[in-house]
Design a protein around this ligand. Structure first.
Ligand code: DX5
Ligand code: ZN
Length: 222
């Protein structure tokens, strides 16, 4: 079985002090970086320059989630900047998805295919044997801090029955529901607000939340 991994998303970090924020998540397994272009999703975030700056500050592998149209144009820039894992959306790549997955792998990064909550698993059945991981969105992509969509739980279970690889789940994961997400079969958990903002409000350090999610998560991960 793949290893359980916690991937804090810097979308809820303090961008004026990314160096300090990265230190706070030094026990994370991956650093999740949400790239948005204002077209595929109604928000704009980071480009390759920010990925490059983050790479200089941490040895933790960078998990770059591309929520952009025409990702093929930017893949080599993100990988040169330091992306170790790159996911692209099936809704943005459609019939070019296999070509793009091959492009990511040829540049020696791990390739993932991402699905919006309403996109069925059948949309990726032709390419799943070629990907390194599948990212199931559990919110509509675009913003941190949204509510977890329960209807994604049966989708995680179905994918786990059919596929033994890494399953990443992204959106609305918090300290109340992460065990259910793991129990359903996910092994890479992304969390932005639960690790950066909610923890802060309670006066808890992000590292403490990450450790709790890993220790408790491993008890339910089978
Ligand atoms: C949403 C992003 C997520 C987001 C998760 O479009 O892909 O990675 O940062 O944020 P939370 O954990 O707050 O839902
Ligand atoms: Zn994401």
């Amino acid at each position: 079985m793949p290893k359980l991994k916690i991937a804090p998303s810097i979308l809820s970090a303090n961008f004026a002090d990314l160096r300090g924020e990265l230190r706070k998540i030094s026990n994370a397994d991956l650093v999740h970086i949400d790239v948005m272009d204002g077209h595929f999703v109604p928000n704009i975030t980071f480009g390759p320059l920010v990925v490059k700056a983050v790479k200089k500050e941490t040895g933790i592998p960078l998990d770059v989630h591309l929520m952009i149209e025409e990702p093929a144009k930017f893949i080599s820039d993100f990988i040169s900047a330091g992306a170790d894992l790159v996911s692209v959306h099936i809704e943005a790549t459609k019939e070019k998805s296999l070509e793009i997955i091959e492009q990511i792998k040829s540049l020696r990064a791990k390739a993932g295919i991402a699905l919006n909550p309403q996109t069925p698993l059948s949309a990726v059945e032709d390419i799943i044997s070629e990907v390194d991981f599948v990212l199931l969105m559990s919110v509509q992509p675009g913003f941190a801090g949204q509510r977890f969509r329960e209807e994604v739980i049966p989708k995680i279970k179905q994918l786990r029955r059919e596929w033994k690889g890494d399953i990443e789940v992204d959106g609305g994961i918090n300290r109340e529901n992460y065990r259910d997400v793991i129990q359903a079969g996910a092994n890479i958990l992304v969390a932005a607000s639960a690790i950066f903002s909610e923890a802060c409000r309670e006066g808890k350090e992000p590292q403490v939340i990450i450790k709790e999610m890993k220790d408790e998560g491993n008890k339910v991960w089978h």
